[in-house]
Design a protein. Sequence first.
Length: 106
Amino acid sequence: MPKVYVTQERSGFNYLDAERFGEIKFVTHRDYTMPHTADNNKFLKEDIRVAVNEFDPETDYILLSGSPLVAGVVIGKIVKKHNPEAVRVVKWDNRRSEYIVVTAYI
């Protein structure tokens, strides 16, 4: 079954509609903190490493949520590890009030 990797879990957001595309997997609930050597960042990096290793660009999706910094790092790590031609992104469409898929060609 495909998975939808949500880059950062945000409380109060409803991701249920995205389940149409696969099982929801949250990459992390953490955010980068200062200084860069903070323990929280070690846990964040590990969360991202695990998700990127599990991510299959042939079947899985990314849903960008939360911190743009975290989302950018997740996408960057996916591209570096898997070198995909494209990444399937699940994004909210305000006009339709539902999630849609956009293919982002690298």
